[in-house]
Ligand binder design. Sequence first.
Ligand SMILES: Cc1ncc(COP(=O)(O)O)c(C=O)c1O
Length: 451
Amino acid sequence: MENTSFQFEKRSLDILKKALYEMEAGFENLPETCEQFDYDKIEEAMMALARRMRDNYPYFHPLYAGQMLKPPHPASRIAYMLSLWVNPNNHALDGGKASSRMEKEAVAKIAEMFGWAEHLGHLTGGGTMANLEALWISGRLHPGKKIIASEQAHYTHGRISEVLGIDFQAVPCNAQAEMDMKALRAILEQGNVGTVVATMGTTATGSVDPLPEILKLQEEFGFRIHADAAYGGYFTLAGNLGSSARAALDHLVRVDSIVIDPHKHGLQPYGCGCVIFRDPSVGRFYKHDSPYTYFTSSDIHLGEISLECSRPGAAAAALWAVQQVLPYDRDGEFARNISKCRAAAVELYEKIRESGRFLTIFPPELDITVWAPKGKKASEISALSERIFGKAEEKNLYLAIFRYPSKLLKDIWVDVEFDEPYVTCLRSCLMKPEHDEWIDRIWRIIEEIQV
Ligand SMILES: Cc1ncc(COP(=O)(O)O)c(C=O)c1O
């Protein structure tokens, strides 16, 4: 089919075909086997699928400026697809020889990005599984002690703690939606805290917990620190952060475990989270035997150091491939693109602030901008936010809305009457580097919206 449409990149499909022949050549000593399929039926199903898939928001397009969604790189798309002709399973070297090695290399690059000389880690199905493993290790190291995370941390931490049977407590936030250090100290003084989860970029507002101060409290109280950098971890490569986010990310070198999602800012398709531990000896907690696998090599099998069993080798291949094209160098293209996302978020914030028509909360620390239309009461603001959200979609601009606690806004929106405990606000995750060039257009659409 001709490459006539301008929405979807298709040139990489030619490379995929070429690479498929290259990979096949590695198996040419085997007797030929080529299964026969009903290609008419496959085509029919694919065309039906293509039409069904039209019923999606255009996540790949810069006018999609809503939820935390970022398109995978063409290299990761075709690497993933290429791998599927072999369909490796990274549980064990028995099922995923080459891709297990690629996973180890790719995860080492992530650990290196945070300045870690040593690590133990692996990919996971996503940030939730990765956080579960990190908190499971925390619980094993500090049995009977609490896990605490800010009230703006991802809801997953409370749920995971429940699954693990570990007590969980939320730490109040300051006006920047960061973990409040006075509140943290008060909880630490009560005792029995095993682990503090520091969120390196909250899902709602992109706020970064003050890690240097948490580390100071660690010296006094002695607890484990897990950093949930699922969304914000790659910003460690950005060249244009504010001083507090910069300092927090620079201190990741000192935490005990980190979760980062390559399927958020790492240009990967969904199904690619990652957990790393600074002390490789925590591998002892994973120790188990498998009667079915671990036979083909005495090298470490990834299933021996992870809770999930079968995992897609394709995810490792895709991550590895993108790292070849766009290495995690501080002055490289990958890093520049991360900086562009933050620049876009700041630019949008400035336009919103200067317009005088909207309420802002605080400047974006990473690449999430949050704002709301002006109103006298919280309920009025919420209703207007929802109307703007709907009207924007009519104009092909896709924003997100979310409920933000009134108590975090009271000192910022001093003229607003808070008649409800939450205020619905507008939220834009500007996760595509192209957003940097699209902000003017996005802003023009926002300006045109009358509610
Ligand atoms: C900070 C943070 N932690 C954890 C998660 C959960 O990750 P996943 O959706 O990959 O399971 C998210 C998802 O948005 C997140 O933003």
